[in-house]
Design a protein around this ligand. Sequence first.
Ligand code: PGA
Length: 249
Amino acid sequence: MARRKLVAGNWKMNGLTDDLGQVAAISIAAETLDVDVALCLPATLIEKAVRSAPGFAIGGQDVHPAANGAHTGCISAAMLLDAGAKLTIVGHSERRDAQHEMDGDVKAKAEAALHADLDVILCVGESDAVREAGNAVDTVSTQLDASLPPSIGEPHRFSVAYEPIWAIGTGKVPSMTDIGEMHSALRARLVAAYGDAGNEVRILYGGSVKASNAAEIFAVPDVDGALVGGASLTSADFVPIVQAAASAG
Ligand code: PGA
């Protein structure tokens, strides 16, 4: 099953109007490459980025499961779409941790986003302690099962990002064997949940992806792209990762 690679940047709480030049430069480089590219930006930049890089996939980093209402500080799927977003991340470990989001919340967010016609990147991943105890595959498989929406529509519009918490922003990366083992386990869970369509869902790796390790990571079976934090903030750091994905085919 050939799945087109997806490289998505997650700017987290970074980026001001002055940084839109980076979005434009990344979008121009992405146009020439045979790979899907997206940037998930702070909500304040989404509409501006869509204007400065027309046609390029701009996304949000979170979405509320409700359509509207008394949810101070939150953003709905319709609002993201209205700003021009094409996708959103759900279930990032920083939100699971700091905002106490549970698997059921993540599932509801994914459902709301898909229902509103946004593409979704759903994140899962284990802590250092879980990895050390030898329970990473079981724990992340269980987390995925409990976070998956009941149906996903077009499978290429739904992605899972495996992001070991201990690898995010630390410069540490699991061994390629460990990444391969996890991605293959997650593939099996996706096929169990969605049948053949589960083979079309992209499974991204995230956690300290850089230009220097991207090619090696993209060569691992069942790694269909990357979710990139720190190295997505500038075109100088991000474009080489996108190029590595394009070369990996
Ligand atoms: P990082 O972040 O690339 O800075 O490690 C990845 C993420 O949190 O999505």
